[in-house]
Design a protein around this ligand. Structure first.
Ligand SMILES: O=c1ccn([C@@H]2O[C@H](COP(=O)(O)OP(=O)(O)O[C@H]3O[C@@H](CO)[C@H](O)[C@H]3O)[C@@H](O)[C@H]2O)c(=O)[nH]1
Ligand SMILES: [Mn+2]
Length: 353
């Protein structure tokens, strides 16, 4: 008999970056209506974003971000979905779920509508297993367990910091792949949740993502992207690589797999190529950098890890491109702004006063 999942309705905010009206919320109403929304309006702040009636929300546009952060607002991207991380910073809740406004409710193979948020909550409230791979995947799901040979000393698992969901229909492909496979759609529903093993990086997509903000929030900086920047569409990737090396260091887990959402809109591959192209060759240097990152033992909080990481970015990636010196400085500004808005966080191993 499966245990019901707590709604966490007073402990979770839903963060939506947007440049459009939010009619997509109508489809999510049964699943989202009881939650508080944080809408980060990108682009022209004079534009009015329509939010369907009945939702409890706060909305921040660029003027609000500038007013709240002052000069530190420069670390928040403009004209890129990376702006969403401002929502993580101003939230006061323990958990965050972030979703794009072109993501809709998907159906499982039985035709049942998927409550993506409920699955993310299940993923976050059950432990992760980064130190030893369970071949029956998530051992904490109903109807499965650890398999023979799995060390009992590791079966307690570790806290789950991130739950990374997937997408039916339009997959999150990079521009070159979109260009060569414009009609490819993801129709494969894989009924699995897995922990990303320790020491392994992964491409974190921000369109269907949840995390424990009290644990890993300060690492979820989506970088300097969009207007005035040489790169875009690497916001979630950067945050995912920083988050994964910090989770590995602090002994927390990241899960990927269920839940699926239905991603409805393929953004323009040519526009995407212009945003991504530097990232496509820079990442051949970024990945070895993150694979080689080692954080000192005295980095016992996410903030300390992140500041140390920013120093290593400056020392080792600054020679790849001047952009990484700017990004390293922005990483520090992000932490300063985070701590200003969230004075009680930053205790050892993510504990909160
Ligand atoms: O300038 C912008 C553009 C868009 N947004 C909002 O961000 C999300 C994602 O936008 P969209 O769905 O149009 O773009 P995708 O290519 O599908 O997004 C994928 O790439 C990642 C960006 O790095 C993103 O997380 C992936 O889903 C929507 O909510 C737009 O309204 C924006 O705020 N500013
Ligand atoms: Mn999209």
């Amino acid at each position: 008999m499966s245990v019901s999942t707590p709604s966490l309705k007073d402990e979770l905010d839903i963060v939506i970056p947007t440049i459009r009206n939010l009619d997509f919320l109508e489809m999510w109403r049964p699943f989202f209506q009881q939650y508080h929304l944080i809408i980060v309006q990108d682009g022209d702040p004079s534009k009015t974003i329509k939010v369907p009636d009945g939702f409890d929300y706060e909305l921040y546009n660029r003027n609000d971000i500038n007013k709240i952060l002052g000069p530190k607002a420069n670390c928040i991207s403009f004209k890129d979905s990376a702006c969403r991380c401002f929502g993580y910073m101003v939230s006061k809740k323990k958990y965050i779920f972030t979703i794009d406004d072109d993501c809709f409710v998907a159906k499982d193979p039985t035709g049942k509508e998927i409550n993506a948020l409920e699955q993310h909550i299940k993923n976050l409230l059950t432990p992760s297993t980064p130190f030893f791979f369970n071949t029956l995947y998530d051992p904490y799901r109903d109807g499965t367990d650890f398999v023979r040979g799995y060390p009992f000393s590791l079966r307690e698992g570790v806290p789950t910091a991130v739950s990374h969901g997937l997408w039916l229909n339009i997959p999150d492909y990079d521009a070159p792949t979109q260009l060569v496979k414009p009609l490819e759609r993801n129709t494969r529903f894989v009924d699995a949740v897995m922990t990303v093993p320790k020491g392994t990086l992964f491409p974190m997509c921000g369109m269907n993502l949840a995390f424990n903000r009290e644990l890993i929030g300060p690492a979820m900086y989506f970088g300097l992207m969009g207007d005035g920047q040489p790169i875009g569409r690497y916001d979630d990737m950067w945050a995912g690589w920083c988050t994964k090396v910090i989770c590995d260091h602090l002994g927390w887990g990241i899960k990927t797999g269920l839940p699926y959402i239905w991603h409805s809109k393929a953004s323009n591959p040519f526009v995407n190529l212009k945003k991504e192209y530097k990232g496509i060759y820079w990442q051949e240097e970024l990945i070895p950098f993150f694979q080689s990152v080692s954080l000192p033992k005295d980095c016992t909080t996410v903030q300390k890890c992140y500041i140390e990481l920013s120093k290593q970015v400056k020392a080792k990636l600054g020679k790849v491109d001047e952009y990484f010196n700017k990004l390293a400085d922005s990483m520090v500004t992000w932490i300063e702004a985070w701590d200003e808005l969230n004075p009680s966080t930053g205790l050892p191993n993510g504990s909160v006063k």
